[in-house]
Ligand binder design. Structure first.
Ligand SMILES: [Zn+2]
Length: 102
């Protein structure tokens, strides 16, 4: 099997490969734990999920990340972390509109 230098990033939940969508990377470390790789540069087997609560929830319910990373289970804190990171990204991406009355 050929290893691509730039693997296509696919959300494990909705399977989108849209490059415009922010995908968050989860990495399986050598000791078998999974962590959110905010920089996207950690070594290890990676799986992606959209920075969207829907996808994170779906991935959690359907154990998509576990399957992708071949792990028995994920720490629930990881999902909390992903949800939090997704929220942060959403806040950063949507430019705050000037509200009247402030
Ligand atoms: Zn998705």
């Amino acid at each position: 099997m050929r290893v691509r230098r730039q693997p296509v990033r696919t959300c494990t939940a909705c399977r989108t490969t849209d490059q415009k969508r922010r995908l968050m990377r989860v990495v399986r470390l050598t000791d078998g734990t999974a962590v959110y790789d905010s920089g996207g540069k950690m070594n290890g087997r990676g799986a992606y999920v959209c920075a969207a609560a829907d996808c994170i929830e779906q991935a959690r319910k359907q154990k998509r990340l576990e399957r992708a990373l071949r792990l028995e289970n994920m720490p629930s804190t990881l999902f909390e972390q992903l949800l939090h990171a997704a929220e942060e990204m959403a806040l950063q991406q949507s430019l705050p509109e000037t509200r009247e009355g402030e």
